[in-house]
Write a protein that binds this ligand. Structure first.
Ligand code: FES
Length: 85
């Protein structure tokens, strides 16, 4: 069975004020539409200590900064494009 991928998004107040709520909704929708819910564990995290560069996301502990709605599709396609159904 393929290894599961863990993705965490910062839910701290600074990242929240920079728009991560919309990013969370986008990611959830993307995972569902592409049948990745079983492969990707997606959860919220406390402040990652990198507020000025947020919203912040980690994928298997690799940090990705400045994740906004204009970038999230490209990030997800790079990560999951080859494994989605
Ligand atoms: S609130 Fe997201 S890194 Fe601090």
């Amino acid at each position: 069975m393929a290894k599961r991928i863990e993705m965490q998004i910062c839910l701290g107040s600074s990242c929240f004020s920079r728009g991560n709520k919309e990013v969370v909704l986008y990611i959830k929708d993307y995972l569902r539409k592409n049948h990745l819910d079983d492969r990707v564990i997606f959860k919220g995290a406390r402040c990652m200590g990198n507020c000025s560069n947020g919203p912040n996301l980690t994928i298997n502990e690799r940090k990705i900064e400045g994740v906004d709605l204009s970038k999230i599709e490209g990030i997800l396609e790079r990560e999951f494009g080859r494994i989605k159904l």
